[in-house]
Write a protein that binds this ligand. Sequence first.
Ligand SMILES: [Zn+2]
Length: 793
Amino acid sequence: MERFFDYFTPAHYDLDLRINDEKTRINGTVVISGEAKAETIKLHAVRMEIKSVYLDGAKFEGFMHEDGVLTLEGVSVAAHEIKVKFISQIEADMEGAYLSTYENAGVTEKMVVTQFESHYARECFPCVDEPIAKATFSLKLTSVEDDTLLSNMPATFTTAQEGHKTVEFAESPRMSTYLLAFVAGKFCAKETVSKHGVKISVYAGLHQNMDDLDYAAQFAADVLDFYDDCFKTPFPLPKMDLVAVPDFEAGAMENWGLVTFREIALLANDKSSLDTKQYVAIVIAHELSHMWFGDLVTMAWWDDLWLNESFANMMETYSTDKIRPELRAWEDFYLTAVASSISRDSLPGVQPVRVDVKCVEDIANLFDGAIVYGKGSHLLLMLMRTMGEEAFFAGIADYFEKHKYSNTTADDLWNALTPHADFDVKEFMTPWLTQSGFPVVTTDQKQQRFLITGETDDTKYPIRELRDDLSGHYIINYSESELANKIQHIDAMNKEQKLRLLMDRRMLAKTDYVTSASLIPLVQAFANETDSVIWEIISAIVADLKLFFDQGTEEKRKFQAFVSKLALPNYRRLGAAAKDSDTYDDIQLRSTVMGMLLYSDNEEYVSDINNIYKGKDIAKVDANLRWVVGSTFVKEDSKIADKYFDLYLKTPDATLKRDLTDAITNMRDHDRAIAYLAHLKDGTVRPQDRLIFYLRLLRNHHIKDEVLDWMFANWDWLRQEEGDKTISEYPRYAANLIRRTHEAEKYKNFFNKYKNESILARDIAVGISEIDSRLKLYESDRDAVFAILDSLC
Ligand SMILES: [Zn+2]
């Protein structure tokens, strides 16, 4: 792939960007100084009009601007200064410099926000938009007078005239274009100073509550200081801004010194649910670790994106656990990074952590979260536990010291770590990172690649020692007698060992290694546990078993009775309402067992919910229980969904919106489902929330046919509206929810047409083998599951 960095090495950008009053375009001038390495200079310049080009002060007439590339030919191989005047567009598409809006006191407020990762800086100004092309940036930004203007660096000079404000920002350190950022809009804000003296500010739109900013500010201050000490290289910028943005494609973005977030990922207060507090902390910890991994030291090219993301995903957990142990960040890691990566990595054709990136479309494809984030971080945990924490972080400190303000590849990291290890780190890690999949291992260390299809191949994975904690990216297949022995001595296992046993058996049951029926006595064996994270896995196993049951059948009734019986002892102990004496486990477990009883239509549970919550304002229900209480009411009466949707549209509270989404999507009538699908298209549901709303609807088997058909009927529209990254998530996540032959046929018939489209090809192929494996499992294990349920009745 052609790299523009090979033609021209930028050293400094002087940017003057004027946002027009309507916030629809930017009138800009950029002066780039740097070194031409060839007689041609190429700059990325997409979605913009080039007004004029000057080379070393003289007008350059013969420039070409085609297909998003600005080309200057016939230049000398020497230092140059290129000045370009341009007009770029601001659209509401969540990439480049884009528009985000919100309602406040009856007024629509507009803000301009940037999202330049992975290759969208080129939509805002001409540049060499490649991570290796690090340069310093001086930005001068103009907008309307009452806007607050922010960028990576603090403002040094502000002028106001004729209703406009111009802010000049301090020169940035050397960094990649995708990390440049600015924001212009009206905000409420809270400030604090970290113990190490960095000014921390949290911003949100005026529609948000000031009290929701403190939690993030304090956590950000603490975690930034923690990283200073942990990485032994202090945060180099004087300030750190965190901004909640109403329209945002990903979860958050690690712009150096100006991190942007979805509102749901930043705003929290004392009354927020434990899940929200944990999520907000973890997202902040993730982004702020990128201030080192990614910002201070950046991958040379996107094929080593894992250097950024796998690390951030492990560090988010490691740091949150150290500074807020009460949030139990590792438990969240086991349930998300470990469980999702093992599950996705068992599918044939899934990408490895490290992949070749040949074209721009590949970059969008790289963000398979379960692999690049989940599996990558799981492998790093395995490495950290194998090396020992102290040795591992000594190597990391060396890495930052040696490579700060520059770019690296995997080898640079291995070279920094190996002197601190008693083995060759590169030799150990490379097969794990460059091969997809993982092995199933027996206790005598015999390994075989594990695939959900039941197939296998000759791929081998290095295992230094078989660990039965959760750090090894493999499945342990105990013999029947080993398993019986473990179950007999459940109390002798620690939490990670129990989780591993449950998670490994869950995966094995998806294949011929063991029958799904064996999961039923397994979860029964753990029924006396009061640990909430163990119950999360039990609940996930129960969710897997739902595959075998059709609506209205006797078998389903028996399974529901089984689930009720499993969940009731803890439910009766905890009740359906929060108590002052609740522990962490009580709070989390209550919502888990209530979810199980909701599924099983348990009469005692439903009557309790009616007694306690009927007629109460759902917004005021305990935040930990809102989703399940709301879901129970909508499941009883679909009309309640409309009432909740009114609130959904009115409230600025993103967490409440998410809980309401969970509840609303339990509706059972087809007409209502069709009406809500229309809301995905008419803009009533924000584009950033479309995918999650859609998948929640697709999860509901009462309306699944309509919901599936909607995606196919509206595909061309979706393809146009969604970014490359999001569009590939439709076939990926829809495949998770296909249960029956006729749904599978629809999926295949439709997506087969697109299986050669580069950004969709992998997700479609992987999706089809996932679906086929599930249908096969349904056929092979159903009778045994029914038989074991019969024996229990
Ligand atoms: Zn990240």
